[in-house]
Design a protein around this ligand. Structure first.
Ligand code: UDP
Ligand code: MN
Length: 657
């Protein structure tokens, strides 16, 4: 009997185990079905949105908010099993029992109340950790996708990122003096607006958790996640569910693709905090980052500020502290960069903790008073998807009464990822954004831009941007002109002279190629080559009245000689005075003889010659070959050989654009 009883118990246990396994298998099946379905969607062109708009006819631009921050919503947390979550049903359940009346929200979006998702009894709530774990398990499965495809999908090593905790802590990188800084006790409240489009799960969640873990509660009004029409499965109901468990985090979904500026403007319109913190969806905040920023804005509401942006490597996810002092700049192609320059640091010992004025700020984290943001014109609504919106904001803020600075006691790290094709369905979107900047803000200086970005020039020739509203805004705000900006805010930017026949691509008659600096040489310059003429403006140079040949989109590199090699090196900060005949300045001086096409190095009186790699003669080669030939630039005794004959070819007529 006892034996029988034991056998029955064992059978029962085995049965239980089987049932458990069966249950688990069913849930896994449902989950993988859900993800696969979403994944399929993500590979298609965004299908016509499956929105049951007919349900709410008065809301053509329906957005959705998942809210957890209202304590009333915390009461009846209901989490339906994942398999029952139909994305659009979930997102568009009318919230009739809510504490918030949709009409109070202008009727353009709904608040999802987790308790009324299905209106049925539901299994007990899962914690966000459990949801996260489930998503991670699913993603680990996908690790069979190699790292390469993950990099292709996100522009960074997502497989590695998934293995790093969403709550990792960054090492302390602040200057020791920052740790003793005191901040006002009554700082303004902040809404952290995080827009995302097809962001990876791990990086998005790490961003959110790092804000929650580092921002003092009394200053953090909310974290506002704004989904810019993502299609990836993990950003749908799983994310809604996850977020509904996080106190102080709201999720808004746009049903139109808005782009960076539009998405941030939407977040700003819904934000309740006094100060807006626009943050990319792949950031990690360091301890104490928020207070110094809020303090600077509280002292002057027209100040727009940024932390030092540290770098998370896209491949290794290693953290790299950025060297202070650093400031945001842009070049004549309207590309933004951070410039770390120890020489900028004054001798003043306080400078390690003092904010530094910056001609521009990057988009990674921008902190701005909400009212000032609105009154200075938000983000330009005419800008497309991605690119250069931070430059537009920077020029506008400075020109229209505000200022910008980097605050060194605040640090936030950002994953510097590659740009992905889906961000650029329209390859010319970035150029169109730049055209808006040039035509709205740069006055006659815009020609300098168009000469260095010929794609923008050609687009501009066939279409005109509609900037009427922005010009009206500029007038009504009484904004200053670009000359003021260049001389007062950004005097470090070299202003090219671009004289006809003395600027443009430097075309070599003998090789049919153009003078070129190989990619990846950076700000320090390097050895000059000849390469196929790009025609894009990337090889533009400018022989100025100081006899310098200025190279690069900043014009900050100067044609120079190292022995027989022709190189470019950083130009001296101060103008070489014409009376001085110091060797360093004459090394940078060149004379162009139009008649012979010779470019003569003033110090050595030698001529620039294009020499084919290996020094072979090209006389035996055909035209087609010579057109694409590459080679080095060397100083040689002057002759009349075609390889010593050059033209400055302007791609954009002086009166163009
Ligand atoms: N983003 C968006 N909509 C878009 C393109 C980008 O919401 O159409 C988001 C993106 O997810 C990121 C932020 O805007 O959080 C800035 O984009 P990204 O990081 O690609 O810009 P980068 O840092 O490379 O300049
Ligand atoms: Mn980014």
């Amino acid at each position: 009997m006892r034996l029988c009883g034991r056998a029955a118990a064992v059978r029962r246990r085995v049965l239980c185990l089987w049932l458990l396994l069966l249950g688990f298998a069913l849930v896994t099946l449902a989950l993988s079905d859900l993800f696969n379905r979403d994944r399929d969607h993500s590979h298609q062109n965004p299908a016509p949105p499956r929105r049951p708009l007919q349900r709410i006819p008065s809301a053509p631009d329906l957005e959705v908010i998942v809210d957890s921050w209202d304590p009333a919503l915390e009461l009846g947390v209901d989490v339906a099993p994942l398999k029952s979550l139909q994305e659009d049903q979930l997102l568009f359940v009318p919230s009739t029992q809510g504490t918030k009346n949709p009409t109070q929200r202008k009727g353009t979006y709904k608040v999802i109340l987790p308790g009324v998702i299905k209106g049925t009894t539901a299994p007990p709530a899962r914690t966000h950790e459990e949801i996260g774990k489930q998503v991670r398990l699913h993603l680990e499965d996908k690790e069979k996708d190699d790292e390469l495809s993950a990099v292709q999908k996100y522009g960074f090593n997502e497989v590695l990122s998934e293995r790093i905790s969403v709550q990792r802590r960054l090492p302390e990188a602040r200057h020791p003096e920052c740790l003793g800084e005191q901040y006002s006790e009554s700082l303004p409240s902040a809404s952290v607006v995080i827009c995302f489009h097809e962001e990876a799960w791990s990086t998005l969640l790490r961003t959110v958790h790092s804000v929650l873990d580092t921002a003092p509660k009394q200053y953090l009004q909310e974290v506002l996640l704004v989904d810019d029409l993502s299609q990836h499965g993990h950003l749908k109901s799983v994310l809604s569910e996850y977020v509904s468990h996080l106190e102080g985090v709201r999720l808004i979904r746009s049903n139109k693709r808005l782009g960076v500026g539009g998405c941030r403007s939407l977040g700003a319109a819904r934000a309740a905090g006094e100060v807006l913190v626009f943050m990319d969806s792949h950031c990690e905040c360091e301890k104490g980052w928020l207070e110094p920023l809020l303090e600077r804005v509280a002292q002057d509401r027209t100040r727009v500020v940024s932390p030092i942006m540290d770098v998370i490597h896209w491949q290794t996810f290693q953290y790299n502290a950025t060297q202070w002092p650093v400031r945001g700049v842009f070049d004549w192609r309207l590309d933004f960069s951070w410039e770390s320059n120890p020489q900028l640091q004054e001798k003043d010992p306080d400078s390690a903790v003092q904010a530094m004025r910056s001609p521009a700020l990057g988009g990674g984290v921008v902190v701005i008073d909400r009212h000032f943001f609105q009154s200075v014109g938000g983000y330009d609504p005419g800008m497309l998807l991605w690119g250069a919106e931070q430059i537009e904001l920077s020029i506008r803020v400075w020109s229209c009464g505000g200022s910008m600075e980097v605050v060194p006691c605040s640090r936030v790290a950002h994953v510097d990822h590659h740009h992905l094709p889906y961000v650029f369905p329209d390859q010319e979107g970035l150029q169109r954004n730049k055209i808006r900047i040039a035509d709205t803000w740069m006055d006659a200086y815009r020609k300098i831009f168009y000469r260095r970005d010929t794609l923008a020039h050609f687009i501009r020739q066939s279409e005109s941007p509609n900037i009427t509203e922005r010009l009206r805004l500029k007038r009504s705000l009484g904004c200053r002109n670009f000359h003021w900006y260049l001389t007062t805010v950004y005097p470090q930017l070299y202003i090219p002279q671009d004289r006809p026949a003395l600027s443009g691509e430097l075309y070599n008659v003998g090789t049919g190629s153009c003078a070129d600096l190989p990619r990846g040489q950076g700000l320090q310059g390097g050895v000059m080559n000849v390469a196929p003429c790009s025609g894009t403006g990337s090889q533009h140079c400018d022989l100025n009245s100081d006899s310098e040949v200025r190279w690069g989109p900043m014009g900050a590199l100067c044609l120079d000689a190292e022995g027989e090699k022709v190189v470019v090196t950083p130009c001296p900060k101060h103008k070489p005075s014409s009376s001085s005949s110091s060797s360093s300045s004459s090394r940078l001086q060149w004379k162009f003889i139009k008649l012979s096409g010779q470019l003569v190095h003033q110090q050595s009186q030698l001529c620039v010659e294009a020499v084919k790699e290996g020094g072979l003669s090209q006389s035996s080669q055909g035209e087609a070959n010579t057109r694409t030939s590459t080679g080095r630039l060397l100083l040689r005794p002057c002759t009349h050989h075609p390889r010593q004959q050059w033209h400055f070819e302007q791609l954009v007529a002086p009166k163009g654009a």
